[in-house]
Write a protein that binds this ligand. Structure first.
Ligand code: PEP
Ligand code: MG
Length: 887
């Protein structure tokens, strides 16, 4: 039988799968000899059993009994013992941190008797009754599913009766009355009494924590953060320590470095005479951690010492929750801390310089997604003519502009209409998650850098300014008031700067990020500050390590030149049909609709010089590097007039209809396809319309010859799209070879060009061995390969039903975004293997959108492709991930 319960002395930090992050790290700290209140962890495996079968696994109760008995004997008191009660916290803790998404119950073990014991032991009646009412309140909400408002209303009422708006003004008798009132609320709302048996309290709390894995907000958070649905949570049962025993007690959150910027120093928030939940909830305003030095120097010094121990031990920035109980410091949690993208790069290089990690590890510590975030624009450094409303805390960087909204629901509504919004709240709580997802940024008037809003926004990479205390936020009436009396209502545009904390009325212009300017070559690492320097160091290492090359998807000289500046090793996909958009569309239309050879030739003759000069420009931008030009692949409907519009025009004109329109309608009807994506496209079009591919190949060859004569070094590669059978490829290849040879003869310049194919149909993948006989390279077109493998129309399904599929967990992310390794990936593997077997040394690449997706880049590395190709802006991301995949 598996072991379901681990004492804190038994686990370690590597057991996150089983003990969750919190449990594994509590064990690690215990074993480091740090002051952790004793306790034990119930495993995620027990949770998974419970969620699957609806009951606790056999043997769990016995194990819990044994561990509870051991805890009681270590503490010298029993759970809920009436004269001196052992009290415990029951906390969730999954493998991946899900801040505030699941449940916690504190003070378990209090009842009508033990509350007196606690009062006597603590010498503080008020504290004991306050703790008891907190238990009933949390237990009611969490375990018995009671709405929180009646509890809050009762507290408000008690404060009103005292003529105060502060909890601190309530006295022991007030809390005694509140306990009675809370018990009545439980009875009314839950139809049962609050359980007085301490063990029953604990067992019910454990089940409630398990159940909270499937709370709506937890499900939504997992989807957002791509956390698998079936991990379950562990439960940590920990003896209580109290931060609310007077002014010599308190609770706080600390970071070993600034999670927003990465700077070293003392960062965190402290709240005197409070329990931990008060800090994270952002309900009361905290003081900066530095203040603790003044309040309790001994604890402050000890905390700093522990922070250093933890950072050296984890070799990373840690975040910490601690409590001071009457001058004694206790560690309640630590973990490798979430950080912003900029902090991740800076911290990795600082740890490198401290000798704590090596270059490989530094590259592991950052991600392509973080790099992508650093490439977003930010607000212009000089802001003229816009009114600054206030300054809050810079909780999560970036620049966000949008209409102010005051509820999560309104944020979602506006966003669904395509409008950018800033969610403005006094503070956020886990129920605001949907609104935070929908918003461009989050602004709160209360709470520190560790408040819910700040932690969650940083995790999402969303801009956040928190604790803007000068703002008076009135959520109920949908407006806030800034100093000077400016009132901002729903729909008014505001701009928030998550890097400085500034809040502006109106729209502030944004400018390029320094990281982009560095990639553009406009900023040297020396001039770009420590962030740019860190990016430069890590990029250089990634490039040195990468096995995959990174090419660009580009079809014009400007994008090609930028791609080259961003580090592209060539072009992996030049979509020639993109060269015929705009005015040139009509030339293709004429070609497709041509009724005889002369009309067709005229259209081709008009197209050829345009193509030639396009290619010359691209070859020049990519001089000396390979340029893969894909012959035209338009789904036909993109180049023909709209059939409905044309039909209406002809019908309305009746007998007077224009003759050209009639002819056009006839032809469009003839060519109309039900499934254009599966119709006359790619190689099929080339085989059906004589001269089309030939014209393109000639233009490529002549452009290359011209560049060569001008002293350039063009390296064309000709790529045939949508091939399903080797015979299709052979026909086009033979014709192309003939044209290359004849251009060579005519110009006197030899233009070598590889001829290869895209693999974007399952049949092509499955017959890759045959196809490789005729292809000098393969490029996986994973957009179409995903479409045809799943049978998902790439233009329709994402809007039609993907959100439902994601909700159901059929996949965790759209297969058009991240390559589906099991299905589409398997076809890629088969084709790569068979292709190599038939033609050793065949060049293999990928040019679907997946080429710039971090997870898919890692897959391409595993399969041993030669390169990935992606849009110019994604190139740095793909380079970084190619390096990380090789480490
Ligand atoms: C593909 O199908 O993956 C591809 C790159 O081609 P396109 O997106 O142009 O169909
Ligand atoms: Mg394609």
């Amino acid at each position: 039988m598996p072991k379901f319960v681990y004492d804190f002395t038994e686990g370690n930090k590597d057991l996150k799968d089983l003990l969750g992050g919190k449990g594994a790290n509590l064990a690690e700290m215990t074993n480091l000899g740090l002051p952790v209140p004793p306790g034990f962890t119930i495993t995620t495996e027990a949770c998974r059993h419970y969620l699957e079968h609806g009951n606790l696994p056999e043997g769990l109760a016995d194990e819990v009994n044994a561990h509870l008995a051991a805890l009681e004997s270590a503490m010298g008191k029993k759970l809920g013992q009436s004269d001196d009660p052992l009290l415990v916290s029951v906390r969730s803790g999954a493998k991946f941190s899900m801040p505030g998404m699941m449940e916690t119950v504190l003070n378990v073990g209090l009842n009508d008797e033990s509350v007196h014991g606690l009062a006597a032991q603590a010498g503080d009646e008020r504290f004991a009754w306050d703790s008891y009412r907190r238990l009933i309140q949390m237990f009611g909400k969490t375990v018995l599913d009671i709405d929180g408002d009646p509890f809050e209303d009762a507290i408000e009422e008690a404060k009103r009766a005292r003529g105060s708006d502060q909890d601190a003004d309530l006295v022991a008798d007030d809390f005694k009355r509140l306990v009675e009132r809370f018990k009545a609320i439980v009875r009314e709302q839950a139809g049962r009494d609050f359980p007085s048996d301490p063990r029953e309290q604990m067992d019910l709390a454990v089940k409630a924590v398990f159940d909270s894995w499937n709370a709506d907000r937890a499900i939504l958070y997992r989807r957002q953060e791509r956390i698998p649905v079936d991990l379950g949570t562990a439960v940590n049962i920990c003896s209580m320590v109290f931060g609310n025993l007077g002014l010599d007690s308190g609770t706080g959150v600390a970071f070993t470095r600034d999670p927003a910027s990465g700077q070293q120093g003392v960062y965190g928030d402290y709240l005197q005479n409070a329990q931990g939940e008060d800090v994270v909830a952002g309900i009361r305003n905290t003081v900066p951690l530095k203040e603790l030095e003044r309040i309790d120097k001994a604890s402050y010094d000890r905390l700093l010492e522990i922070m250093e121990t933890l950072e050296n031990h984890y070799r990373d920035m840690c975040d910490i929750e601690f409590t001071i109980e009457r001058g004694k410091l206790w560690m309640l949690q630590t973990r490798v801390g979430k950080r912003t993208a900029a902090a991740a790069f800076r911290i990795a290089c600082q740890l490198l310089d401290q000798g704590l990690i090596d270059m490989d590890e530094a590259a592991r510590r950052v991600t392509g997604d973080q790099l992508a975030q650093l490439m977003f624009p930010r607000f212009a450094s000089r802001v003229d003519g816009v009114q600054k409303l206030t300054k809050g805390m810079n909780a999560s960087p970036g620049a966000a502009v949008g209409k102010a909204v005051f509820t999560s629901a309104r944020a979602v509504e506006f966003a669904e209409r395509g409008e950018d919004v800033i969610l403005v709240r006094r503070e956020t709580n886990p129920d605001d998650l949907a609104g935070m997802v929908a918003a461009k940024g989050v602004l709160t008037s209360r709470g520190g850098k560790t408040s819910h809003a700040a932690v969650v926004a940083r995790g999402m990479g969303k801009t956040c300014v928190c604790g803007a205390e000068e703002l008076d936020v009135d959520v109920r009436n949908g407006h806030f008031t800034a100093p000077g009396g400016v009132t901002v209502g729903e729909g008014d545009v505001i701009s928030i700067d998550g890097s400085s904390g500034d809040v502006y009325l109106g729209e502030v212009p944004v400018e390029d990020s320094p990281v982009v300017r560095y990639f553009e070559g406009e900023l040297t690492p020396e001039d770009g500050g420590d962030l740019v320097k860190a990016v430069d160091r890590i990029m250089k290492h990634a490039d040195a390590r990468a096995a995959l090359k990174v090419r660009a998807n580009s079809d014009n000289p400007e994008d090609s030149a930028r791609a080259r500046r961003f580090g592209a090793a060539g072009i992996g996909l030049c979509r020639t049909e993109h060269m015929f958009l705009g005015d040139r569309r009509q030339l293709i239309e004429k070609l497709v609709l041509a009724e005889d050879g002369a009309e067709r030739q005229a259209a081709l003759d008009a197209l050829e010089p345009l193509q030639r000069s396009d290619f010359e420009g691209i070859f020049e931008a990519m001089d000396g590097l390979p340029v893969t030009i894909r012959l035209i692949d338009p789904p036909l409907h993109e180049f023909l007039p709209d059939i409905t519009e044309l039909s209406v025009r002809v019908a309305l004109a009746g007998d007077g209809a224009d003759a050209t329109d009639r002819r056009l309608l006839e032809a469009v009807n003839r060519l109309h396809e039900q499934n254009p994506m599966l119709g006359l496209r790619g190689v099929r079009l080339g085989l059906v319309i004589p001269g089309l591919f030939a014209m393109q190949v000639r233009a490529i060859a002549e452009a290359a010859a011209a560049r060569r004569r001008a002293g350039g070094d063009p390296r064309p590669e000709i790529m045939i799209p949508l091939v399903g059978a080797v015979q299709e490829l052979e026909a086009v290849r033979d014709e192309a070879r003939g044209i290359l040879a004849s251009v060579g003869e005519a110009t006197g310049v030899d233009v070598p060009a590889l001829i290869g194919t895209m693999i974007e149909l399952p049949r092509a993948a499955l017959t890759a061995g045959q196809i490789a006989e005729a292809a000098e390279f393969f490029s996986f077109g994973t957009n179409d390969l995903t479409q045809t493998t799943w049978g998902f129309s790439r233009d329709d399904v994402e809007a039609a039903f993907f959100s439902r599929y994601l909700e159901l967990g059929i996949f965790g992310v759209s297969p058009f975004e991240t390559l589906d390794r099991e299905g589409v990936g398997r076809l890629v593997r088969i084709a790569a293997e068979e292709g190599r077997r038939a033609r050793p040394g065949i060049k293999l690449g990928i040019c679907g959108e997946h080429g710039g997706d971090p997870d898919s880049v890692h897959f391409c590395h595993e399969v041993g492709l030669d390169y990935v190709s992606c849009s110019p802006f994604r190139i740095p991301v793909a380079r970084l991930e190619a390096g990380r995949a090789a480490i």
